[in-house]
Write a new protein. Structure first.
Length: 245
């Protein structure tokens, strides 16, 4: 039973700063977030531009349920600046690397594994498939139930492993996020060909049409210090000056 709550971020990167931003986020922010907020890094990825927006980074953070999220917000927003003063220098550098983004609060399905469970199971991918699903109001629970009953086994036949399935909070049960780990690029190709043709995804494709799911699948590649790539949370000793990245 996963009782965590997640923050999901699409980050717009300025120019050629994606590698620098990913390092600044993982090495320079993650240890602070873990120590001060008990906030774990679930993953940091770069979007494959040919499949989505570019240059873009996707961040996900794991917190101890709604109480953990409340504590996080209280830690950040009880200051006149609406920023944690201890992070003033970090924010200044980050602002030079990104122009903004869009965040979501995610609630995991009970069977979705926490980041510690994913690391213990050695879940990792050469590439990840990220699906942002938009549905008619109220349809998210039905979609996620069918995903668990039908899609996961079909995707496993093609070599994909489910990293997590999440209902987006603060909307009318009309949005979901689903992430898959793919062991190599050929698995992605097999998924796309199966989706367009006949094969193991037929039943799942038909269901998404029936439930009027409007979704976009993009590909992500992990940052060098992302937990599922290294098998651990980023550490203070991982830090490097940005000039060396």
């Amino acid at each position: 039973m996963n009782g965590k709550v997640y923050i999901h971020e699409f980050i717009d990167i300025i120019g050629h700063n994606r590698a620098r931003y990913m390092h600044h986020m993982t090495a320079n922010w993650c240890p602070v977030a873990r120590d001060e907020r008990n906030q774990l890094c679930f993953g940091v990825w770069g979007t494959v531009g040919s499949t989505g927006r570019w240059p873009e980074v996707v961040n996900m953070w794991e917190l101890d349920g709604w109480d953990g999220l409340v504590a996080n917000f209280e830690h950040e927003f009880t200051h006149a600046s609406l920023q944690d003063p201890s992070l003033a220098e970090w924010w200044s550098v980050a602002a030079s690397l990104r122009r903004g983004g869009i965040d979501r609060v995610l609630v995991p399905e009970p069977w979705t594994r926490s980041i510690d469970e994913l690391l213990a199971a050695d879940v990792r991918g050469e590439v990840y498939a990220h699906e942002l699903v938009r549905l008619p109001p109220g349809a998210a629970p039905r979609f996620l139930s069918a995903l668990h009953e039908v899609a996961i086994s079909r995707m496993q036949e093609l070599g994909a492993e489910n990293v997590g399935a999440f209902r987006v909070a603060m909307v009318n049960d009309s949005e979901c996020v689903v992430i898959w780990a793919l062991p190599d690029w050929s698995v992605w190709s097999s998924i796309e060909q199966a989706w367009l043709g006949h094969g193991p995804l037929d039943q799942w494709r038909d269901f998404t049409v029936e439930v009027q799911a409007d979704w976009q699948r993009t590909l992500l590649v992990e940052a060098p210090l992302s937990p599922m790539r290294t098998g651990r949370q980023p550490q203070v000793e991982d830090r490097l000056p940005l000039t060396e990245i």
